[in-house]
Design a binder for this molecule. Sequence first.
Ligand code: ADP
Ligand code: MG
Length: 622
Amino acid sequence: MATAALHAHPARLRAANWLRTLAALAVLAGTVAFLMLLFGRTGERIALLMCVNVAAVVALAAFCGNTGIVSFGNGAFMALGAYLSGILTMPAALQRSALPDLPLWLAGHELALWGALPFVLLAGLAFALLTGSAISRLVGPSAAIATLGLLIIVHSIGVSAREFTRGSQTFYGVPRITELVYVLVAAMIFILIARLYRESRWGLFVRAVRDDEDAATALGISPRRARLVAWTLSGTLATVAGALYGHILGAFSPASFYLGLVFAHVVMMIVGGMSSVGGAVVGVVAVTLLQNAVRNLEGGITLGGISLPEVFGLTTVALGIAILLVIWLRPQGLVGGFELAPGADARLLERISGTARDAPAPRPVSTETLQARDLSKAFAGVQAVAGASFDVPAGRITGLIGPNGAGKSTLVNLITCQYTADAGSAEIGGTRLTGLARHRIIENRVARSFQNLRLFSGLTAFENVLVAALAAGYRRDQANAIALRELEAFDLADIAAMRAENLPYGARKRLEIARALAQDPAILLLDEPAAGMNPSETSDLADRLIRIREDRNIGILLIDHDLRFVNRLCSHIVVMNRGQKIAEGSPEEVRANTAVVEAYIGRGRAARAADTDPAQQKAIAT
Ligand code: ADP
Ligand code: MG
């Protein structure tokens, strides 16, 4: 029964996704029908432009929504597509007069629209790869500025490359598309591609990077590559959308693809909500309807006896107001996180009980030992870690304790190459970790959690674990089953469809461990997993960790302040103070060590405690 439910589960999730995709398609088709019924020929023209805008904005959002970086580069790709497709399809006779200086290899092809499409696609792909190799290195505002730079450069080239584009003069003679159905189908295909990409391995990777780049990297995801994939897909789609747009206009100039168009597309994306494909569609629909309503006012209108004057630029003002209102009242856009609607998925997941028996069994862990040797790190004069050496063997929970600022977290960051070590190294099974790229640590089966929660807040609990299994190299079906198994193991299956940001604190802490375990590590580094938990949660976590060690023979490095918790779990404890290892041994040995006692309760009080105060001694001992 449990297994049957499980089999059905990923399929059900997919079904929910398809329903939402269908909803987006229905909104589009419904609006097209509405425009045509109400406004006839004019409505058809508006619908035509609306559909090509849907294609363009869905392309734009494939990058922006999934990376969280606003891009203005769409116009550059659209111009490339429009001019290239125009040149390739233009009647030869017309081309001789319009573009007399066109290089011979480009001239006189007179291709059909379909014939030009592969070349447009390839050109878009090549241009996206080229520009993406630089832009994918950037994040946040600097990435956005770089895309603006790209737009400006391509615009300037468009104006100056007269033999190809007629400069800033009108480029004419482009065969027109007047059939609405082609453009509508094209827009729908764009929506499907964007939806598939969003749920795909690379779509999940780049959304994880968007939410927390460091955590995604620690899972084995290369942020640069993930962004490059998003940029390349988005740019290629935008090039095709640009070609469509060019064929709808029939005549255009570089200005047709410049700030005016780009601004309108960014507004459409943000108004709808850039984090979902449905948002892009709704944004275009809403803004198109708004633009057309306002355009009627632009020429002056008489309302109930009062005549309003002509106002030029009113549509742009309306766009500006729309974006301000949305940012103010609904920062997530009109649609927001529609594609993540927790309610629907939660009901689906509720039906799953039992464990994920189909998940591939964890690979055996036998003799792997993580060895830290003389690791050192200084920050601007603070010696955070000074020559620390210790082992974390498989099958043992090794405690790492020490007062605040002792260097424990820095040590984990050194082992996982989050920081570069000044000296020393970390190795596992003879393979050197130190010096590896951060996203390659997991290849050596070392996984970690972070002291301050670093979940992918916009992803569901399920997706948080799924993305970890995918990043560790599992196939999609395996990763699905592994994610469910780990969610079950940490009592998170009921809330698997909730976004991580909405989970209660204890659940978030458990989710971070589940995520690390989904990568099938041999060694797991846990930085204060019990911090902030109440006593019953802490004891529950201890039970789970003990079970994991017993079941899978994993080696765990456990950092915590709570000595009771550490003593219960660890057979071996390493103690640090001020960057140095001051003691190591069994809990009893460590407890008896005077340096440890001093580090924990201070020199003077330690001496007194040893003499007189049995309660104080007991506090250290338990
Ligand atoms: P612990 O985890 O044992 O509490 P940390 O490893 O976080 O200690 O910190 C050890 C010391 O290194 C502290 O003095 C801390 O201020 C310093 N430190 C840690 N990370 C950084 C950093 N990124 N930049 C500067 N100083 C740091
Ligand atoms: Mg710490």
